[in-house]
Design a protein around this ligand. Sequence first.
Ligand code: ADP
Length: 447
Amino acid sequence: MTAEPLMRMRLRVEQDIFVVRQLGREVARTVGLESQDQTRMATALSEVGRVLLSLGRPAEVTFTVEAIGVPTLHVAMTHPARGEESRLAGQLQQVGRLVDTMEVDNGESGTVVRMARRLPAGAPRLTPERMDEIHAELARHVPGTPLDELAVQNQQLISALDEVRAQRDDLARLNAELEETNRGVMALYNQLSQELEETNRGVVALYAELDEKSAQLAAASEAKSRFLANVSHELRAPVTAIIGLGRLLTDSGSDELTTEQRRQVDLIRGSATDLLTLVNGLLDLAKAEAGRIEPTWSEVDLKAVFGQLRGTLRPLATRPEVDFTVEEPGLPTLRSDEVLLAQVLRNLLTNALKFTEAGSVRLSVRRIDDDAEFVVADTGYGIPPELQERIFEEFYQVPGSKPVSGKGTGLGLPYARRLAGILGGALRVDSTPGEGSTFTLRLPLAS
Ligand code: ADP
């Protein structure tokens, strides 16, 4: 501590304790300590003063301020008694908490109690000019009476009490807010769990309804298939009989018919044949839908199947504008049901020939990964994109699409797709109106 002392005073009688207290606060205030620290410093001084005075002889008090480094207020209180350090240190332990540091030493002129308190960061800088001002201010200070000091102390006590009360109020308010928030959170939680429960109940009910509806749907679909199968089966016999009778009537062994009669009988036979085709188609589809088609698995020789298709369809491809080609198969065999496979390809090829005016119709097959991919490609009318899925519905025919030859029932593609599924594969179409269509049947090589 190299600084000049700010102030010195002597503690002689009890009244001086009030003076040192006042002086301490004044010095603390002047150097820039905050209000609470001023009180702490003043209290510490009066306590140490009281203890030192009880030793009997006068004590010396020196105030110094350290301006270099961390600005700090130092107070040294010296008492001539020696060998009292440890006893004093014990007595002053509590007081030490009021300041940053407190030490009790044995100095040249007796026992010294040293206290220090750092000035706050916001305190005015202790420049030489400021130091001069501080000296001047303290020189003007006139100590008051013990009564004055008591009044000041009371004032401080009141403001300390006020502060404590304010803090207590703050705490109470915070507690109330916390309680309210808790209540809000609980209410929200309850509401959410209620909503969740309600939603869950709704979902459960929805699922039950869904189950019921799908059961109804399955039952309806089964009833439809049963109806179709029964009706077609019942129709087949009389229609076959009509065709047979018609043939009999026009047979050369029968009585001669007039030209008009012959024309009419031919009409009856033609209509009956169309009806039989429809009835057969319906029966096939109903069987497929009812799961009554059981594939017979075997190693299918594709060369033979392709040869057979080439032969049976050739008569349909009579127009020279259409080049009908069944390519050599790109793989030799496939594990599948030969009859069902040939049926699907026949349906696709018949359609291609029916809806292609000029250009080509081609069948090919190649291996792709673990599948065989059959492609029936034509250069026919094509199918608008938005109808490419609808053509797989029963009886659906693209509006305005008139077959170049033959007729249709609208059952060929739904049946072909069913069979593809039964064979473990899938059937899809790609088509551009005016350019042509490509039907692709993909089947696993080994089922
Ligand atoms: P259909 O007995 O009428 O041929 P399908 O179920 O086989 O019945 O076909 C349904 C409809 O799909 C056909 O009426 C036709 O409008 C359309 N279609 C099928 N194949 C082709 C094709 N290759 N090119 C153009 N349109 C096609």
